[in-house]
Ligand binder design. Sequence first.
Ligand SMILES: Nc1ncnc2c1ncn2[C@@H]1O[C@H](COP(=O)(O)OP(=O)(O)O)[C@@H](O)[C@H]1O
Ligand SMILES: [Mg+2]
Length: 413
Amino acid sequence: MITSLRLRNFKNFADETLKLGPFTVIVGANASGKSNIRDAFRFLHGIGRGYTLAEIIGGKVGVGGQLEWEPIRGAPNEIVRMFDGSNEEIGEFYVRLSVRTGGKNMDYSCTVGINPDGKDGFRLLTEMMMAENQPIFGMVNSEQEWRYMQEVRPALARPLDHDPISEDQRSCLCSSIQSMRFLELSPARMREPSVPGATILGDYGQNLPTVLEAICADADRKQTLLSWFEELTPMDVQGFEFPRDPSGRVHLYITERNGRKVSAYSASDGTLRFLGLLAALLNDDAGGIYFFEKIDNGIHPSRLWLLLDLIERQTAKGKIQVITTTHSPALLAWMNDDTFEHTSVVYRDQYWSDSVIRHIADLYRLRELRKSYGLERLLTNGWLEDAMKASEGDADTDHLDDDDEDGWGMEEE
Ligand SMILES: Nc1ncnc2c1ncn2[C@@H]1O[C@H](COP(=O)(O)OP(=O)(O)O)[C@@H](O)[C@H]1O
Ligand SMILES: [Mg+2]
């Protein structure tokens, strides 16, 4: 499980840390930086896939000319935080990921620099891995190595000569980073038939028919799928059918008890989204870390609590981890105490481009106010934003825990 992500000079974060739990919810106004957090996770995932920095940031074409990896959102040089509209003074960013797997705490961090003359792209300035807070691998590049460094892929996903990292330690870090999935379910893609054998749900929900067919092959999982699906939609569903067309591709039909049969082509967008989410979340044998942008997207508020319940149950089992952004008051209203403790607010002041990330529970009197008013009201009437604004002056000491340059960390409770 990923336990925290620290970002320094990454996009609009000067130095912020997101703490994560089995189910992490991120709220914040438009353009506050929620998707920038997703971009940071994608950056790390790209490292886990063994790509070079240029490929991770700029995209990678695979065999056959298909785009294998989409570039990180935004202009390449804008991955580094801009200071007053320019990134000349900064020129590098740092990310640090902490994971806990099999009872062990591991950390991975790296610093990436942009070549100041803007020609040769990106380079890895530092890379560090730690097990239980003890360094097991560290690398700091010097200026002279610039040319050489460009060819180098981060060491995380590639065995080294005289490898100081044990296989166990490497897989501990890598499996978390590699198992991240970034799902942006698209009803149009979920309506497409799938090729037999494609049993992994694509990032846009592709392969839905074959993924559901695989779930239905197991009687227990099929029952779970059907009962959730029935709860989430007003349909009296009996089951699914997966007919083949002449080319062998697999189509999806939903059958109702009244004999009606609806193909995925005419199923509603919301129905397909539910099915996509169920296909991802019920496939918990495979484990994995899922990042959903706006999980509530296209889902009726009256059904949202069921979805929330499903995620809370599935993540509590400990095999999958879910991170989502949301604007939905209903989601905040119904979340359980555990989810509340892993909810963070991303806030950006209108006069300043940097954003801060705060644990919602750390805001002034928030636990109390949640009980009296409900989190949803605090969101909709702007209270959360105001509390973030008010807390900014004295709340900005989190990052001093590590460096504690001024000794302010001492004053914290
Ligand atoms: N390199 C950068 N330096 C400073 N701000 C940035 C940088 N890159 C993006 N941003 C800011 O991040 C904002 C977008 O954040 P985003 O994560 O897309 O917001 P949302 O919370 O809506 O998902 C933009 O308004 C932009 O100003
Ligand atoms: Mg966004």
